[in-house]
Write a protein that binds this ligand. Structure first.
Ligand code: GDG
Length: 475
């Protein structure tokens, strides 16, 4: 007897993202468990997921060449549908086209994007699989929300399979202007892919404008302020929906006595300098890690700062470690940190502490509490949640945020010390200014940014997007 397959569960709300919102962990005895991954997206979508029997389609993170299919399962109140990627898929679709072509192209070509036709083929094939999985699980007239640069073809593919669906797309990273986007050999296919959605969301208004301009130029569609009107009369809206964080959750962790104690311990362990600079980033060439260390190094060299006055704590979370550019970046950053400490550290008292590691959320909160100055200097960044998380943790209105103009967050956090990370002298000035700021001045700015974030949290982001997606465009 063949085992009977359960009829597949249908959902009224489906999220499609490169990764599932859970991470697989294996106990010492070999038992496999799932743990909800940290991050605002899951938190924000949880209520919608629960109210609509939501399903989440994504890659589990492992690459399995065997044909053992991972079955859908329920975890943390969500229906999860794992997508299998082979090691070739990981290499060509994920590390290749997503992170070797699109990521650098969409981030101002800080690194050279690499174009390979095999990577594009793999990208198309994997996007098709995700689209088919979504078509299978979505109920009649369901809302499907597709996320990020790895899945830009899914909206069009899904619409072809299921014209009854309401499809939204959100891009978490920047969307480039024509001058850069035009290099992409598959530029029209990508635009058509995105235009399969009813609503295309970006972090910043400029990105939405780039997208609409490109659909007009490259595909000849008519566009108006916030929309493209396709030849068949269908309207695709585009707009900015700046993502945010779960401020209350993070603030609650920050206020715990044990977090405060840990923050004090961290300061003690790095030698109790007057001021602590902090950087927390994925180790990525877009984040401007080298730029900020160079500025700090010069200030030490010139005697403008001493390690007793200020030390730098840099957390660099391992990321995309098999991609060439990331290996080179790691070498560059680690060389620089070695130089700073070689020149300015003393036994038992480094000038910089560098951690190439990832930490649990409570430890991150303690780090945000231990710092005086948060240094966020990306060369280009869709939003940058780290800047917002720092603010969430500063419930006593202390601390200064140095923020790159090239992060999406700079549109909202106007009271930060805004910097151009390419301008080393400007960066140095900002570091000094932050160390010497009047406490009252710092507190006034922090209070204003906290007030803004309290109103613009990740719930509001998700709801604004989903309400707009549900509404029909007025003509
Ligand atoms: C992309 C866009 C956009 C970091 N280290 C650890 C850890 N983190 C967490 C941070 C923060 C998140 O990772 C990083 O978010 P960012 O926004 O700073 O940057 P990307 O990873 O590049 O994110 C970006 C974002 O998508 C959302 O749309 O803002 O522009 O590039 O939450 O706290 N978390 C844990 N351990 C670590 O060691 N648990």
């Amino acid at each position: 007897d063949k085992p009977k397959r359960r009829p597949a569960m249908k959902s009224a709300f489906v999220v499609v993202a490169n990764r599932l919102p859970v991470d697989q962990t294996t106990d010492p005895d070999g038992t496999v468990r799932w743990r909800r991954s940290p991050g605002g997206l899951v938190t924000a979508l949880e209520p919608v997921m629960r109210a609509n029997k939501g399903a989440w389609i994504g890659w589990s993170g492992s690459s399995d060449d065997g044909d053992e299919r991972q079955e859908p399962f329920d975890e943390a109140g969500m229906h999860l549908i794992p997508m299998q990627l082979t090691s070739d898929d990981v290499e060509e679709y994920y590390e290749g086209f997503s992170n070797g072509t699109l990521w650098p192209l969409y981030h101002d070509v800080i690194a050279q994007p690499v174009f390979h036709r095999e990577w594009w083929d793999a990208y198309t094939k994997v996007n098709e699989r995700f689209a088919r999985a979504a078509a299978e699980v979505a109920d009649e007239g369901a809302v499907v929300w597709v996320h990020d640069y790895q899945l830009q073809l899914v909206p069009e593919m899904l619409r072809a399979l299921r014209p009854d669906l309401r499809i939204g797309f959100f891009l978490h990273i920047p969307f480039p202007p024509n001058e850069l986007f035009a290099r992409l050999p598959w530029r029209r296919q990508i635009l058509r892919g995105l235009l399969g959605a009813d609503l295309v969301g970006f972090q910043r208004p400029g990105a939405a404008a780039n997208f609409l301009r490109l659909t007009r130029r490259m595909l000849g569609h008519q566009t108006q302020a916030d929309r493209a009107i396709l030849a068949d009369g269908r309207i695709v809206r585009a707009g900015a929906f700046p993502i945010s964080i779960d401020m209350a959750e993070l603030e609650e962790i920050a206020r715990r006595p044990e977090t405060e104690a840990r923050a004090q311990e961290i300061r003690d362990e790095i030698g109790n300098p007057d001021k602590v600079f902090l950087g927390i980033d994925r180790l990525d060439y877009t984040k401007g890690i080298g730029e900020r260390i160079k500025a700090f190094f010069e200030l030490l060299n010139e005697g403008e700062l001493s390690p007793e006055e200020a030390t730098f704590l840099q957390v660099a979370t391992p990321s995309r470690e098999r991609v060439e550019e990331y290996k080179a970046l790691r070498n560059d950053v680690e060389l620089l940190v070695g130089r700073v400490n070689g020149a300015h550290g003393r036994i038992g008292r480094p000038a910089m502490t560098y951690l190439h590691n990832s930490f649990v959320r409570t430890e991150l909160a303690a780090l945000y509490r231990a710092a005086d100055v948060m240094v966020v200097t990306p060369l280009r960044d869709g939003m940058n949640l780290v800047a917002k998380e720092f603010i969430a943790c500063r419930y006593d209105n202390t601390g200064t945020l140095i923020l790159s103009e090239f992060a999406g967050a700079a549109d909202e956090l106007r009271q930060a010390l805004l910097v151009n990370p390419y301008d080393v002298d400007g960066l140095k000035q900002a570091l000094l200014q932050a160390v010497r700021v009047e406490p009252r001045e710092a507190s006034r700015k922090m209070r204003a940014m906290r007030r803004y974030l309290a109103e613009h949290d990740v719930d509001r982001w998700a709801n604004t997007f989903l309400e707009k997606l549900a509404g029909r465009p007025e003509l």
